[in-house]
Ligand binder design. Structure first.
Ligand SMILES: C[S@@+](CC[C@H](N)C(=O)[O-])C[C@H]1O[C@@H](n2cnc3c(N)ncnc32)[C@H](O)[C@@H]1O
Length: 348
């Protein structure tokens, strides 16, 4: 068992979780990241166990069996619970009655670690985020490739606190009633790409060195922040209509010393006067109205005629790109995450 695993187990077993302020966290940023991702994961796992126990109860009622907690949980360590194998004895002993308590304590640990790392230097924060993202990627790839019941899409959203992505700022947004653009005002985290989407996209686009990525409608900047942290060699631009989102993402980019390679720009992409710069990868997560899609994608097709490009879509944006891929003889798209993430490549 490594130090972060021992710490997690000690915290869960002991009574210190009532007062986490009283204990010293003598962990490196890397160990803190491991403690964070394992605690966040355990919260999701506990939710999963609660749901599965309920289903088991229903099944038992039907069959007249009385499955013990041990018999219920042991097989789950083969798959869903495999990443927390170090907690096997603890979870077996704590039993079904403690699911709520384990969840609450794990949430407390998760929150505490994040609040501690926020106080550290930007270098420590960077190390923490990069290690967290690497742990998350491993888990997301398992989820994508194995047939298992855990859903990790929102498990690591607390990482937003380190990026200081304060979605509440949308409350100050006043949208002109004549404005037809899709600005998703007030929709917060629900309309930012999940960390799983971004990490799986990066894993699958085969990004060559010094590539340029453009996020068309970059929201609060999650995609750019993750890509730039993991690939410091690349150049990333995010265009976004809403100024306060741009301001906030640039502030985070600067606080993590990424500003040389990561920039967010306030821009209405529906304007014909704006020329989209050449890039190797374009990212679109359902940003536009029909008219804006048409004018933006017209430019993207023109760019694809001079250079090979990759277009990554999340959500319904793939419908638009499917049509373009067909019309321009692009290769067949790669579908990830049940088709929610699609990767299109133009021809050479
Ligand atoms: C669903 S969000 C995706 C945010 C980000 N790309 C992500 O994946 O996390 C779409 C974003 O596109 C922006 N958007 C919509 N119309 C736009 C336009 N005409 N010009 C620039 N940005 C626009 C919205 O304000 C919103 O923040």
């Amino acid at each position: 068992m490594n130090l972060s695993e021992k710490t997690q187990l000690n915290l869960l077993e002991g009574s210190q979780t009532n007062n986490l302020d009283s204990i010293p966290f003598d962990l490196t940023p890397i160990e803190m990241a491991n403690l964070y991702t394992n605690s966040a994961l355990l919260v999701t796992i506990m939710g999963f166990l609660k749901e599965q126990l309920w289903l088991q109860g229903k099944e038992d009622n039907k069959t007249g069996n009385n499955t013990s907690y041990r018999d219920f949980i042991l097989p789950l360590f083969q798959k869903e619970l495999a990443p927390v194998l170090f907690l096997k004895s603890y979870l077996l002993e704590s039993g079904a009655k403690n699911i709520k308590k384990v969840t609450k304590n794990s949430e407390k640990i998760e929150k505490k670690v994040i609040s501690l790392i926020i106080e550290k230097s930007f270098k420590n924060q960077k190390d923490f985020i990069i290690q967290s993202l690497s742990n998350m990627k491993e888990l997301f790839i398992r989820e994508e490739t194995e047939d298992q019941g855990l859903r990790l899409y929102r498990t690591f959203d607390k990482l937003d606190d380190i990026f200081n992505l304060d979605y509440e700022q949308d409350k100050t947004l006043i949208v002109d009633p004549l404005n037809k653009e899709r600005l998703y005002e007030g929709a917060g985290v629900g309309v930012q790409s999940g960390y799983s989407t971004i990490l799986l996209a990066l894993e699958n686009i085969d990004l060559s060195e010094k590539s340029r990525i453009i996020d068309l409608g970059s929201g609060y900047g999650r995609v750019g922040l993750v890509c730039s942290l993991l690939r410091p060699d690349i150049n990333f631009i995010g265009y976004e209509y809403v100024p306060h989102r741009v301001k906030l993402s640039n502030k985070t980019s600067e606080s993590l010393d990424l500003e040389k390679t990561l920039k967010f720009i306030t821009q209405d992409l529906s304007l014909d006067t704006f020329k989209i710069p050449d890039a190797d990868v374009y990212y679109l997560y359902d940003p536009f109205t029909k008219d804006t899609y048409e004018s933006v994608l017209k430019q993207i097709v023109e760019i694809s005629k001079r250079k090979k490009i990759t277009v990554v879509t999340k959500g319904n944006a793939s419908n638009w790109l499917n049509e373009i891929a067909n019309d321009n003889n692009w290769s067949k798209p790669v579908y990830i995450d049940d088709g929610n993430l699609c990767i299109f490549k133009s021809c050479d």
